[in-house]
Design a protein around this ligand. Structure first.
Ligand SMILES: Cc1ncc(C[n+]2csc(CCOP(=O)(O)OP(=O)(O)O)c2C)c(N)n1
Ligand SMILES: [Mg+2]
Length: 337
């Protein structure tokens, strides 16, 4: 990674954001270990550079749709950290009142949404891109998806319509080499996913998703293309899933020695740290202070979230049916508080 010395403050902000993202995911791991978080939890540890780079190009009026592995994309889109963490911890102070939990996070104010249905976020992003066109806005819609999602029908349908209408759709593929237990090498007929873009009238490029500077450069070109009205753009960011597919996945399908080696060599935070120290742009001490500040922010957020309450059990059916349409009202009345 070649670093320009003029960008010291940008790099400090960038490194702090990557640290904050790592600490955020670690706070979620704590919630799983303590059983405060129920159900599946997917972290993006090891994929921070892609999300931190995205934060540099997203505007408030852009929309972003994400998947089951979405925490860092929410942070990149400007979703406030405390209500985000509170939703993951199923608290009533959460973005969705604690009813959605980790897998169902929405923030209309930041034009951010998720879905646990693989591939389903693409047509939603397409809708945002089409709305921007109809409203004559130059906002773009970003769909961040995994390598596995590219093989769903949603990808082909959304890309084709965006290509035909030249809509401002940016598809960011986090190719972490695995879709649960299926390796990328076993699921793609093309050596890269970026090369599928021209089939839909889109531009596409592959970037090292562990190198925040490289992926930011690729995203800059993709956003400029999509915002100009030239049509969709694809960025395939190569990264690596550090943990099991979800917390609780024994991950027996991956060779543990190979995994340990990849994690040791290719941690995006350590890659940035090494480059920053070697260039003299930020000293080890300054990097430590930035990380400590990020850790303190997350510790404070976690304490606040832990102190909040879960929504009362008697409201479990709220927001499930349109009002007046609860089919079995007696169930609701009998549910203990
Ligand atoms: C339509 C659909 N099929 C299958 C699943 C089960 N599923 C959840 S995540 C996943 C793999 C996704 O892999 P990828 O797109 O590479 O994302 P990653 O988990 O690597 O971030 C699958 C098959 C699902 N949620 N939805
Ligand atoms: Mg994957």
């Amino acid at each position: 990674m070649e670093l320009s010395t003029e960008r010291r403050d940008d790099w400090a902000r960038r490194y702090r954001l990557m640290s904050l993202m790592r600490r955020f995911e670690e706070a979620c791991l704590e919630g799983v270990a303590s059983t405060e978080i129920h159900g599946e939890l997917h972290t993006a540890i090891g994929q921070e550079a892609v999300a931190a780079a995205l934060a540099e190009h997203l505007r408030d009026d852009d929309a972003l749709t994400s998947t089951h592995r979405h925490h860092l994309h929410a942070i990149a889109k400007g979703v406030p950290i405390i209500p985000l963490l509170a939703e993951i911890f199923e608290k009533e102070t959460g973005l969705c009142g604690g009813y959605g939990g980790h897998m169902h996070v929405f923030s209309p104010e930041q034009r951010f949404s998720t879905t646990g249905i693989v591939g389903a976020s693409l047509p939603v992003a397409l809708g945002h891109a089409y709305a921007a066109r109809l409203q004559r806005r130059d906002a773009v819609a970003v769909a961040v998806i995994g390598d596995g999602s590219v093989n769903t029908g949603g990808f082909a349908e959304a890309m084709n319509m965006a290509g035909v209408l030249r809509l401002g759709l940016v598809v960011v593929i986090e190719n972490n080499e695995w879709a649960i237990s299926v390796p990328f090498s076993a699921s793609s007929a093309t050596p890269t996913l970026a090369e599928r873009a021209p089939a839909f009238g889109a531009v596409g490029e592959r970037a090292d998703g562990l190198d925040v500077d490289e992926v930011s450069g690729a995203l800059e070109r993709a956003f400029a293309h999509a915002r100009s009205g030239a049509g969709p753009a694809v960025v395939e960011a190569m990264c690596y899933r550090f943990r099991g597919h979800y917390e609780g996945d024994l991950d027996l399908y991956r060779d543990s020695a190979e995994k340990a080696r990849r994690i040791a060599d290719k941690d995006p935070l350590r890659i940035a740290e090494r480059a920053l120290s070697a260039s003299g742009l930020l000293t080890a001490q300054e990097l430590g202070a930035l990380d400590a500040a990020a850790a303190a922010d997350i510790a404070a957020a976690l304490a606040e979230v832990r102190a909040a309450s879960q929504p009362p059990a008697r409201t479990a059916h709220d927001h499930v049916f349109a009002s007046g349409l609860v089919p079995n009202a007696s169930v609701r009345e009998e549910t203990p508080a």
